[in-house]
Design a protein. Structure first.
Length: 295
């Protein structure tokens, strides 16, 4: 499978955006069946450039993450991006995980600090890493991987210095060896443009900075979700979501239209790609891609 850094370089040369999807390992057997029998085949038919697989809090889905990456690549011929976090891992354990990931034929890793199980304050594991930049540096030293990192257009909720301090930490991750940046979801493109322009201007970041997009499926769900991840919902959008209430069909149609318009503006502004948070649901993401002429 190719390095993701090479995918971005090739698509940039061709003048085409990179399209990527994100999945999470299900917690139940029913969820596994739905993912492997319906969701993955449907989304694989759209031929994304790569797919990322999340890593539960504290590494709680580690084996399922690697199994899903392996099946994505073997059964569907898709390039996989395995998430890897600092939480509950010593350096020796990370080295063993890198060997396991390499043995699966995966050459791409999203290096994250990660969230501790049950929430609360992050505490470094003795013998492990305190910052994701250290994990990036460790992966780079191991060789044979293309490494991505997370970026936060509105600043990370755990960064006390505010968004500009958080963006400086992101620069440090790039300097440690990151090849590309995938952002947290956001709903106001102005937040992304300010973030991107600060990175590529004053901070001198030159790797692809890729917006993460989600198509709203459920009004109540997205309001709760954004509270957890720190993404802001501006008053006009919030009012619309509150008016939709429990009408999931109407919320889904609104989400598709909103995400389509958001992506159109991002593409006009020259983003290197679009990274879709699918929530393991194919319908909305495929509709957005069709609307964009990218299906």
């Amino acid at each position: 499978m190719p390095f993701i850094r090479d995918i971005y370089a090739a698509k940039r040369a061709a003048g085409r955006p990179v399209i990527s999807f994100e999945f999470f390992p299900p917690k139940t057997e029913e969820g596994d069946r739905a993912l492997f029998e319906r969701t993955l085949p449907a989304l694989a038919a759209a031929r994304p450039d790569y797919c990322s697989v999340t890593y539960g809090a504290g590494g709680s889905t580690r084996e399922k993450t690697l199994t899903l990456v392996e099946r994505l690549q073997r059964e569907h011929g898709l390039t996989g991006l395995a998430h890897l976090t600092c939480v509950n891992h010593t350096r020796d354990e990370v080295a063993a995980l890198l060997a396991q990931i390499r043995a699966l034929g995966c050459q791409n890793i999203l290096a994250l600090r990660g969230d501790p199980p049950g929430g609360g304050e992050f505490k470094p594991t003795p013998g492990g890493f305190e910052f994701s930049s250290q994990l990036v540096q460790f992966i780079r030293a191991a060789g044979d991987f293309s490494t991505g990192v997370a970026g936060f257009p509105e600043g990370h909720t755990a960064c006390p210095g505010g968004k500009h301090a958080d963006w400086a930490h992101l620069k440090a991750k790039v300097e440690a060896g990151a090849d590309f940046v995938l952002t947290q979801l956001f709903f106001d493109n102005d937040d992304f443009f300010e973030f991107r322009d600060h990175l590529t201007g004053p901070l001198g970041v030159r790797v692809p900075v890729v917006p993460g997009v989600i198509s709203i499926l459920n009004a109540a769900q997205i309001l709760k979700f954004t509270q957890l991840c720190g993404a802001q919902i501006k008053p006009a959008l919030r009012a619309t979501l509150e008016a939709l209430g429990t009408d999931e069909a109407a919320a889904s149609e609104f989400g598709i239209e909103y995400a389509t318009r958001q992506c159109e503006a991002l593409l006009r502004a020259g983003v290197p790609g679009l990274h879709f948070y699918t929530l393991n649901k194919p319908h909305s993401t495929l509709r957005v891609l069709k609307n964009l002429g990218l299906a």
